[in-house]
Design a protein. Sequence first.
Length: 439
Amino acid sequence: MPSAIVIGGGLAGLASAAALGQAGFQVHVFEARGFLGGRATSYPVPGDNSEVIDNCQHVLLRCCVNLMDFYGRLGVADRIQFHKKFYFIEPGGRTSILEAGALPAPLHFTGSFWKLPFLGMSDKIGIARAMWSIRREHGRRRDLDRITMLDWLREKRQTETAIGRFWNQVLVSAVNEDLDRMAASHGFQVFWLGFLARANAYQMGIPSVPLGDLYSSEALQRIGNVRLHLREPVEQIVVENGVIRGVLAAGERHTADYYISTVPFERMPALFPQLQLDLAGFEHSPITGIHLWFDRSLTQLPHATLLDRTIQWMFNKSGGRYLQLVVSASRSLAEMPRAEVIAMAMRDLAEFFPRAKEAKIEKAHVVKEIRATFSARPGLEQLRPASATKFPNLFLAGDWTRTGWPPIMEGAVRSGYLAAEAVSRSAGQEREFLLPDIA
Ligand SMILES: Cc1cc2nc3c(=O)[nH]c(=O)nc-3n(C[C@H](O)[C@H](O)[C@H](O)COP(=O)(O)OP(=O)(O)OC[C@H]3O[C@@H](n4cnc5c(N)ncnc54)[C@H](O)[C@@H]3O)c2cc1C
């Protein structure tokens, strides 16, 4: 049985381990921390072991077919609940709903889109024109990785309201970057696959359990052939005669036929100095999650995107009394003391949910993920390394490697499947794990 060592138990590592394990490889996963999931994980609230929270609400769209395939391998696909309505709320509380109607794609939003009260007629006509441009230019236009999404929107003469309330609202959360820093290719990807390709592709999947429960050790062990080594960071790589001969973890040497590294890009120079990767173009983009528990229910909506303020998304985690708020590309909050972040969130909430004015906070927790994802800026795609390396038995994965996708869970799983395919090819098996895009 060929063997593989996977470094890192985040989504990329677990996806490659699950694929190779099911293909008959003996796989060992080394994870530095005591739990799985990497940046998409959950843990007890500090100081209150009774409550487990996600580091931040993670959502997916139905077009994320490889992520769903991975959940299927773990037997947890039914724990993702898909929502067909997007709620946009304006300060003052007026709520608009975007949902697919009876028409086939790409016309499926026609009914609800033209009725959205938070956009004017000229905003909507401009957005509709831009959507047709995405259909026309997708796969044809060559400069989309060199210009920002904002450049492209200006070229398409989008109104300020359309940019602020529609494009910005959808894309900053989806790509975790501001429009003036985000490569247009990523904005295209989100709208092409998520909004235009199929009538149900936009549906938002939200896990019904804490993230950590999706990839429990038991689920992975059920796959067979996958052995987990938690709290065993790989400290060093052993290279002999141009081939990886082992890894050192917890003072022991472990060997395998193949090695897959899925550590984040900032860890690469220390762990793999031999690769001399050019990572100068990589920067981080932060995400802030704000968890608030109230003495009363603030809303019955399951989730909503909040317009024109700092908080971008609200997720209702428990009857309107526990809300999880998300700010993507949250550079403005990086230095802000936590008490101020909570005060800002309360001011914002009071404008959208009147009950917030009287509500008392029972508990609050702010998670600032300064290294949440890489910044998906123009010109980066060509710097993202492919899975093959100069060592014939070492492969790279992770959301930052070259998948063409923004830094999201689907990209991480894709990178894991690509690395597993490369391993399988090297072992003479030619297995395919990656599912093609829906369009
Ligand atoms: C706050 C936040 C919100 C997000 N929201 C969303 C969302 O809504 N939707 C979405 O699709 N994506 C979202 N993302 C992005 C998503 O979480 C990531 O793209 C994905 O989890 C990356 O997976 P990965 O396996 O590539 O990397 P990681 O999750 O970083 O995994 C790498 C693993 O390697 C381990 N490691 C590092 N060094 C070593 C070592 N020496 N030895 C052993 N192990 C090591 C780490 O502990 C880690 O577990 C969000 C990210 C954050 C931070």
